[in-house]
Write a protein of this length. Structure first.
Length: 243
């Protein structure tokens, strides 16, 4: 039996979630016609070899969620609007880019917020941040992006009042991810109180320094594990549509 081939592309994948998740999923569900592998690419142009080999589907992680777009034949409307891709599917003779991050985030955030829709600060302006912004718009949540770059407000401009007045704070960066667990977004944590919600897209460690400091101030916290599971399952649905 010829196995369908799926995988994850990124620059450094030693501690990545997806390969172990899909291996376990395939074993648990008795899926014997598929395999999932990690493909570390030194440069995004190397994706052409995977396309030439007709790989069936890919997930995309840092730093290629935006850089991969010119190599695709089509874009799903949501991915096009977001401007970032984390899922690729072979469809016909070409490859289509999707974004499942936004839906994974939206569903996970709703489980944290319940019926509340507080204004938000999104820390970081990369591919994950763009998907998060799309989801926040879908939920009618006003948000502001905080960046090290010259777009929007910078970390240095953030005041304790900014933190206090925006009760949802989302770390959309890799700060605090294993093995750099002593890192955190540099924000005025003293502005956080017990009506705050802190969401971190990082899932390893389970509680980052960002979440730990927020919890000490009484905030409700959530890491990125549930978001990852939800986006992975949505990728699997996309890959299996043609079966």
């Amino acid at each position: 039996m010829k196995k369908r081939r799926f995988g994850l592309i990124g620059k450094s994948l030693v501690h990545s979630f997806s390969p172990a998740y899909f291996d376990a999923k395939f074993r648990k569900e008795g899926i014997s016609d598929a395999r999932y592998e990690a493909y570390e690419l030194a440069h995004i142009v190397e994706i052409n070899k995977l396309f030439e080999d007709q790989i069936d589907g890919l997930n995309v992680t840092l730093p290629y969620k935006e850089a991969v777009i010119p190599y695709l034949d089509k874009m799903d409307p949501a991915a096009l609007e977001i401007g970032a891709v984390n899922c690729i599917s072979r469809e016909g003779s070409g490859y289509t880019g999707y974004n499942t991050d936004w839906l994974g985030f939206l569903l996970s955030l709703k489980s944290l917020l319940g019926d509340e829709r507080p204004s938000a600060l999104v820390l970081g302006d990369g591919g994950a941040s763009k998907a998060i912004g799309y989801a926040l718009t879908m939920l009618n949540i006003n948000y502001e992006v905080i960046s090290r770059k010259l777009r929007g407000k910078s970390y240095q401009q953030l005041t304790e009042s900014d933190i206090s007045n925006n009760r949802l704070i989302i770390n959309a960066t890799s700060l605090g991810m294993f093995p750099h667990t002593d890192e955190k977004p540099e924000i005025p944590y003293e502005g956080i109180h017990d009506e705050h919600f802190l969401f971190d897209v990082v899932y390893n460690p389970e509680k980052t320094l960002f979440l730990t400091l927020g919890a000490k101030q009484g905030a409700h916290i959530q890491n990125g594990y549930e978001m990852l599971v939800l986006q992975a399952e949505e990728s699997w649905k996309i890959w299996n549509r043609k079966i």
